[in-house]
Design a protein around this ligand. Structure first.
Ligand SMILES: NC(=O)C1=CN([C@@H]2O[C@H](COP(=O)(O)OP(=O)(O)OC[C@H]3O[C@@H](n4cnc5c(N)ncnc54)[C@H](O)[C@@H]3O)[C@@H](O)[C@H]2O)C=CC1
Ligand SMILES: O=C(O)C(=O)[C@H](O)COP(=O)(O)O
Length: 385
């Protein structure tokens, strides 16, 4: 059994080595010639899995260790009788950490309080739903937009859990996009934020996209940022990755190379979900538990004494786990050194160790104990001695 695995999949040998011979390759080098003599293929989001890749191969299983599946032509796999699995929700907590750190960073730079902003969440699935829960627990006012869910979950009394996108644009200070990329159907998301909606954003709005790049019209956004300069953008995903628009990157307040979900925890969950799926496909029991793959966190504990303001405490704890400014700076630096596309990929291939908020235990002392509900709501493990 020959299993081709993307070189960016952590713990590949540990997991898939138990099921067959593992051959590791950079995702962009996985082509039809490589796949021809493989039985299983394990990818991340940068390998386009389509008719041209799989036709003529003896593949029986394809797994993507990612949430997004827009790089996989599932109809082509079905035509060739190839089983498919993805990893729903695997890195959703990491994306929520990314959003919180980014907004806390922006709040610090621009001099506002996150707690005073109204946040619109577009796409309320595994990522958006967790974001909504954490922000609501923090006492932050949120509006949620998810037309497919609104249709499925319409309440008999007509009560509305969801708003439409134009209401979010009118009423929110921050818009967070967490939609999949779809190009067809009544709720297609390609250029969901197109030129007209971008023109309608009120001055001062923050637009954060951690879904897929083509959900936003990058040219229209660049023109708005360059022309009026009165909104702010936090962009993790881009049209035409890795050859992204350098001018748009320069105009974004925070610009990162598609790493919102790149916690070690999230990546290992993705590997483990596909390991389970392939084991199941082969009719073998999965022997490895996820807990066996995760190391101890590098920063396990932080002690807070009194005298620290609530949002400052949040920012401090968040940055002890993950500081988004590092990823913003490394994209700029590596693009300068290697060119935009190579730099973008290099930042992702050599991504430093990052864990999730839940791995940080926060000790609270004296009056700082009052911060316990806030820090728990943000996702940290809090202990009050
Ligand atoms: N930047 C990054 O590193 C990452 C990006 N992602 C992206 O985020 C996307 C969302 O992830 P999950 O929440 O786990 O997916 P999910 O499938 O659990 O949720 C997506 C939600 O979007 C909703 N939706 C679909 N069309 C919509 C529209 N036109 N307007 C508003 N809502 C719409 C769906 O009904 C669903 O509830 C993924 O498909 C992936 O593309 C996911 C993980 C990491
Ligand atoms: O899970 C997803 O969906 C993502 O966007 C991934 O975090 C992207 O990671 P790569 O597949 O590009 O390594």
């Amino acid at each position: 059994m020959r299993i081709i695995v993307d070189a960016n999949v952590p713990a590949a040998e540990t997991c898939f080595g138990a099921l067959g011979e593992v051959v590791r390759l950079p995702g962009r080098e996985i082509d039809a010639a490589v796949v021809r003599h493989a039985d299983a293929l394990v990818v991340r989001s940068i390998t386009r899995v389509d008719e041209a890749l799989v036709a003529g191969s003896r593949l029986r299983f394809v797994g993507t260790c990612t949430i997004g599946t827009d790089h996989v032509d599932q109809a082509a796999l079905a035509r060739h009788g190839i089983a498919f699995a993805s990893a729903p929700g695997c890195n959703a907590e990491a994306v929520v950490d990314y959003v919180l750190v980014s907004l806390l960073t922006l709040a610090e730079r621009q001099g506002w309080l996150l707690g005073k902003r109204r946040i619109g969440i577009v796409g309320v699935g595994n990522v958006g739903g967790r974001l909504l829960s954490r922000l609501s627990a923090l006492g932050i006012e949120c509006l949620a937009c998810d037309p497919p869910r609104a249709e499925r979950e319409a309440a008999p009394d007509g009560a509305k859990a969801f708003s439409d996108l134009d209401t979010l644009i009118d009423e929110c200070d921050v818009l967070c996009l967490h939609t999949p990329l779809t190009r067809e159907g009544p709720h297609a998301t390609h250029h969901l934020l197109g030129a007209q909606r971008i023109a309608e954003l009120a001055p001062g709005t923050v637009l954060l996209n951690a879904g897929r790049g083509p959900c936003v019209d990058g040219l229209a956004l660049r023109q708005r940022l360059a022309g009026q300069g009165d909104i702010a953008a936090v962009l993790d995903v881009w049209e035409r990755e890795p050859g992204i628009d350098a001018a748009l990157r320069d105009l974004a307040t925070l610009a990162t190379p598609h790493i919102a979900g790149y916690s070690l925890d999230g990546k290992l969950r993705g590997t483990h979900q596909i390991y389970n799926a392939l084991s199941h496909h082969l009719g073998q029991p999965a022997q490895l538990a996820l807990s066996e793959l995760l190391p101890a966190p590098p920063v396990a504990r932080l002690e807070l004494g009194e005298g620290i303001a609530p949002e400052e405490a949040l920012r401090l704890c968040a940055r002890a786990v993950y500081d988004v400014r590092r990823d913003h700076d490394s994209l700029r630096r590596e693009a300068g050194r290697q060119g935009i596309a190579k730099g973008f990929d290099a930042c992702r291939a050599d991504y430093p160790l990052r864990r999730e908020f839940v791995t940080l235990a926060v000790g609270l002392h004296g009056k700082a104990r009052e911060l316990a509900p806030l820090l728990r709501a943000a996702g940290f493990a809090v202990s009050e001695p």
